[in-house]
Design a protein around this ligand. Structure first.
Ligand SMILES: Cc1cc2nc3c(=O)[nH]c(=O)nc-3n(C[C@H](O)[C@H](O)[C@H](O)COP(=O)(O)OP(=O)(O)OC[C@H]3O[C@@H](n4cnc5c(N)ncnc54)[C@H](O)[C@@H]3O)c2cc1C
Length: 485
């Protein structure tokens, strides 16, 4: 059933009343993370009157930076990384004028160290896919020649596999790889390097379909797909503040510090209004929810929460990320970032260097991003810092002569949803059982794992669904009323 647009204005634009404004459809977007921001932008670009409601005092959701009270430093909640395949996010950065605040490698180049400090590089050369990776494969020291042969055969197999086959959603990527002759060394020294950070999970626990997605779309789709990128400034400066400025320019009404308490629907399932924290009721033609999946059932009416789509959400799980921000009294690391095999550190980013602060003196700030951090998320911060600092001494010889000046631990227990076998089946599209309620959020069915790219795609999908539903409703209404009205 298509919902008929109402002439009512949202509470955020109470003075609107001209004929032009009455004809413009209105939307309330719930949740100001990247998904809600992207949905608001797309609707406003199409001429809708949009109000974006965010519970917290700032936009950004899981993408944020903050000033640490103890050290005075502005730190990210976690190192955010992109790849060349994130075309929607890159396009969004262009749109909001923030592309220059992000570095994207002109060619893939990732330094990978093993426990003996041997350096290997995963890099691309100027050649067609997949030949562009061949030199890296051949020179990679963390595999035997037999492993390399097996890896190349497996890459061909991955290229030939259709990952939308239902059975690939039911097996783990790990089992799928073992069935193709991959050894444990190959899994940990090659495939896991690609999967662990991008899916924020152990390769033994992710579905083959999502593991294949990472390799097919993230590595092999184009020769620049896997080029690594990251912000050159804290996340608020590099993404959220420019996005906010863009929404302001579009005329979106942004309300922060306003939690949505409940969504009110009529007997036909159409949403009639939302009630916010102070009890105010607000109305619009369409409602886009962009809150996390674990919050959604709390704001929806009971009969929605019991619906098939939303019932499935209770099957989705999350995994944690722990970020440790360290500052030494002298440089201990060279290069922008690197990965350590068989080490709790995983990815280490040279924040001083990637923020372009190399010339500012002697100290060096590093950001260590630990994915699938179940072993660390419940540890006391002091124990965690000690464990990480000790490991730093082992892998960075220069750290042995350096003083650790600061250590800030940021724990994000629900950083991402898990791409475990079957999880894709629990991810709904933008439509719901209600004709005027649409879903966004990186956890919706975008085909991507829990990433900023997925959040932006989901916001666009929800906005497009809202626009086509309301357009269809207008056409139906015009036909019913007739050409003379
Ligand atoms: C530490 C960490 C590291 C990460 N690293 C990467 C990375 O390297 N690369 C990458 O691409 N992605 C990364 N991610 C994932 C990425 O940040 C998320 O996938 C993305 O930001 C999710 O966006 P979203 O808008 O869907 O959800 P969210 O960001 O969770 O936004 C939901 C918003 O809804 C609001 N809300 C909730 N309830 C209500 C309510 N009742 N009323 C109003 N508002 C409400 C919340 O406050 C929040 O702002 C990382 C995440 C974390 C935590």
């Amino acid at each position: 059933m298509a919902h008929r647009p109402v002439a009512e204005v949202t509470a955020a634009t109470p003075s609107a009343g001209t004929t032009d404004e009455i004809r413009r459809p209105s939307a309330l977007v719930l949740g100001g993370g990247l998904a809600g921001i992207a949905a608001s932008a797309r609707l406003a670009e199409a001429g809708w009157r949009v109000t974006l409601m965010e519970a917290r005092s700032t936009l950004g959701g899981r993408v944020f930076s903050f000033r640490d009270p103890r050290t005075g430093r502005v730190l990210d909640n976690g190192q955010h990384v992109i790849v060349g395949a994130c075309s929607s996010l890159l396009g969004f950065l262009d749109t909001i004028g923030a592309r220059h605040l992000w570095h994207l490698q002109p060619r893939l180049n990732v330094a990978v160290y093993d426990r003996r400090q041997r350096l290997g590089r995963l890099y691309g050369v100027g050649a067609p896919v997949p030949v562009h990776l061949l030199p890296a494969f051949l020179s990679y020291p963390h595999l035997t020649w037999l492993d390399k042969l097996k890896a190349v055969r497996c890459l061909v197999s991955i290229m030939l596999t259709r990952r939308d086959r239902p059975e690939l959603e039911d097996v783990t990527f790990y089992d799928w790889l073992l069935a193709r002759g991959q050894t444990h060394r190959l899994v940990s020294n090659l495939w896991n390097v690609l999967v662990e950070g991008t899916l924020n999970d152990n390769i033994r626990d992710v579905s083959a379909s999502m593991g294949l997605m990472i390799v097919q779309d993230g590595l092999l789709a184009r020769s620049n797909s896997a080029n690594v990128g990251y912000p050159n400034a804290p996340l608020m400066d590099a993404l959220i503040n420019p996005a906010r400025a863009y929404l302001d320019k579009l005329g979106v009404t942004v309300m922060t510090g306003i939690p949505v308490r409940c969504v009110n629907a009529g007997p036909d399932g159409a949403v009639q209004s939302i009630t916010v924290g102070d009890g105010t009721t607000m109305r619009a033609d369409a409602y886009v929810s962009a809150v996390p999946f674990w919050t959604l059932p709390n704001v929806l009416p009971e009969h929605f929460a019991a619906s098939t789509t939303l019932h499935a959400l209770s099957r989705l799980q999350t995994s944690p990320i722990v970020n440790i921000h360290l500052r030494y009294d002298r440089p201990v690391m060279e290069g922008d970032f690197c990965y350590f095999l068989d080490s709790p550190l995983q990815w280490v980013f040279n924040s001083t260097r990637i923020y372009g602060h190399d010339s500012d003196g002697t100290t060096q700030a590093l950001s260590i991003s630990v994915s699938a951090a179940w072993d660390y998320v419940d540890l006391p911060r002091s124990d965690l810092t000690r464990a990480i600092a000790d490991e730093m001494l082992r892998v960075f010889p220069k750290a042995r002569n350096a003083a650790l000046l600061e250590a800030v631990v940021v724990k994000q227990p629900n950083a991402t949803f898990r791409c475990t076998p079957g999880a894709n089946r629990f991810r709904p599209g933008p439509h719901t059982e209600s004709p005027n309620l649409f879903l966004a959020g990186e956890w919706t069915n975008t085909g991507w794992p829990s990433t900023m790219e997925s959040a932006v795609i989901s916001g666009y999908n929800a906005a497009d669904a809202a626009m086509s539903s309301i357009r269809a409703a207008s056409v139906t209404e015009d036909q019913r009323v007739g050409p003379m009205g």
